[in-house]
Design a protein around this ligand. Structure first.
Ligand SMILES: [Zn+2]
Length: 262
């Protein structure tokens, strides 16, 4: 069994075909897909989805670094996320996605500094509710490490892990309760370093994700990504590991359930 630890099924491209998407998940042995919010509105949506289908969905709520820009008041925005967590009971299993993203040229120094403030506030919220924090890091490795050193999250998931094995050791040195979620990037030819991390990490630190509906893993590159593709990612990870495939699947499944309290 597999749990996709990072998906955005509330986005139109997936929501419009939800029944088919769910059927393909079942066929692929993907039991659940954790739904990640990017702002307050989507946080409410993923909570509602999780309440409606608690056997398939759970919610992670927060504000994506690329969605910080439009927010004027950080306190008000974070209070809103906090109240969503407070009123949602068990369906909220994490805080995020938060982190740093300097991929887009319009992200100037001021905006980047705001992402950092939001990141710290998400870590505090996660600590308050004893939830893992889901971290996004794009074109900002050294600053992400700096933030981890400063904020020291208790439990964290490095989503769409794009670093190498040495970086996992740096992160584990700062945050012993860190997990690394591998997805599409692991299957792309150029990402040898990411495969090195997936091969060399202790097995119980590895999670599987799709980041659906964004980039699909090989060989489905170019199509709309969906949680069923977590099977493709997991089968690929099995080829990188020395343990028997069944053990890889079992350990990853168990640590995912434990981490998110599923
Ligand atoms: Zn995401």
């Amino acid at each position: 069994m597999i749990i996709d630890t990072h998906a955005h099924c509330s986005f139109d491209s997936l929501a419009e075909h939800e029944d088919e998407m769910l059927a393909r998940m079942v066929a692929a042995g993907v039991e659940m897909a954790i739904q990640i919010a990017v702002d307050a509105a989507s946080a409410r949506t993923v909570v509602d989805m999780s309440r409606y289908r608690p056997n398939v969905y759970r919610a992670v709520v927060g504000i994506h670094p690329n969605d910080c820009q439009s927010i004027r008041d950080i306190d008000t925005a974070m209070a809103e996320i906090r109240s969503i967590v407070e009123c949602s009971g068990d369906v909220v299993v994490g805080i995020g996605e938060t982190g740093l993203d300097r991929h887009y040229p319009e992200t100037g120094p001021g905006e980047f500094a705001r992402q950092r403030i939001f990141f710290g506030r998400h870590v505090s919220l996660a600590r308050e509710f004893w939830l893992p924090v889901v971290v996004h890091s794009r074109d900002a490795w050294s600053e992400t490490i700096e933030c981890l050193r400063e904020f020291r999250p208790e439990r964290l998931v490095m989503h769409c892990y794009l670093g190498d094995l040495a970086t996992t050791q740096t992160i584990l040195g700062l945050c012993p309760n860190a997990w690394f979620a591998f997805g599409w990037a692991t299957t792309y030819r150029r990402n040898e370093a990411v495969r090195g991390a997936a091969a060399g990490l202790p097995l119980d630190r590895i999670l599987v994700e799709t980041d659906a509906p964004f980039l699909s893993p090989e060989p489905f590159r170019g199509t709309i990504n969906e949680p069923a593709n977590a099977r493709t990612v997991l089968e690929f990870i099995k080829t990188l590991r020395s343990e028997p495939g069944a053990e890889v699947e079992e350990i990853i499944y168990r640590s995912t359930k434990e981490l998110f309290g599923l």
